[in-house]
Design a protein around this ligand. Structure first.
Ligand SMILES: [Zn+2]
Length: 273
């Protein structure tokens, strides 16, 4: 309560009137300001607004970076804020993530722990060079691309925001879809958005991501985007597709009332549910 000065009844009345006048001015100036088309995401474009704000979609922190075969990173792309994760790991080898992502992951691990579940991070940031070697080894072993290991530049792990999170039983084992049925896999699917993560390669979206279902691969996108993407059932690819549609005036659905339900003008369903 330091610095609190007692306010007399008269002072309070004056302050109250000043506030009322200020509020009046604000309301009037707002009414007089003519709407400028397409300046912000929250302004209505036609009858619908985009579920995420312009500020989020302008992505100042790079949390929404889309990396895949069509949008690869270069060999010199490396996050500037990588740190060694303090979350529990599957081995003693250091694992790196971008600092805000590492912090969010620790919070997620703590929350899982208080629900009685122990999570382990198996893999985080991977350099272009590491990914190139992994792909080469995989191809040499199998003789074909089974899409379990991405080509250099195409891995979500190079963003420093992708993390493979597993349970104790999976350590040293081959990861598979059955992880989704474990208590830990279910917990992740249910709660990861609260900490800003999404399941980057969901089931049924293989045609969109080009990658098999990976219930262990979390990707940080920030809490608002994570909540929207999870509720709408869309991938990062689809989020940018929606944004493009919105920006070109083709967005005819969505908004706060129905975050996942939308179509594109020509009737093609791009996402939703
Ligand atoms: Zn992964």
């Amino acid at each position: 309560m330091d610095g609190m000065v007692p306010v007399s009844g008269r002072q309070r009345a004056v302050t109250g009137r000043a506030l009322a006048i200020l509020l009046f001015i604000l309301v009037v100036s707002n009414l007089l300001a003519s709407p400028v088309e397409g300046t912000t995401a929250t302004a209505t474009e036609g009858a619908y607004s985009f579920p995420l704000s312009d500020a989020i979609m302008s992505d100042p922190d790079g949390f929404l970076i889309l990396v895949n075969t069509d949008h690869p990173l270069s060999s010199s792309d490396k996050p500037a804020d990588l740190v060694n994760v303090s979350a529990r790991k599957t081995s003693s080898t250091a694992i790196q993530l971008r600092k805000p992502v590492s912090l969010a992951l620790s919070e997620l691990f703590d929350a899982a722990k208080s629900d009685g579940l122990t999570l382990y991070i198996h893999s985080g940031y991977r350099s272009y060079q590491t990914q190139r070697d992994m792909f080469a080894i995989r191809m040499e072993r199998l003789g074909y691309d089974d899409k379990m290991v991405q080509k250099a530049g195409a891995s979500d792990h190079q963003t420093g925001m992708g993390a493979d999170v597993i349970n104790k039983a999976l350590i040293g084992q081959r990861f598979g879809e059955s992880y989704a049925g474990t208590k830990e896999g279910q917990w992740l699917a249910e709660h990861c958005a609260e900490f800003g993560f999404v399941i980057r390669y969901p089931k049924g979206k293989e045609g969109v991501t080009g990658i098999n279902y990976e219930p262990w691969h979390l990707r940080y996108v920030g809490p608002d985007a994570a909540r929207y993407m999870t509720d709408a059932g869309i991938t990062l690819e689809e989020l940018w597709e929606q944004w493009d549609a919105y920006q070109s005036g083709e967005w005819v659905g969505g908004g706060d009332d129905a975050p996942g339900a939308f179509v594109i003008d020509d009737g093609e369903l791009v996402g939703g549910g």
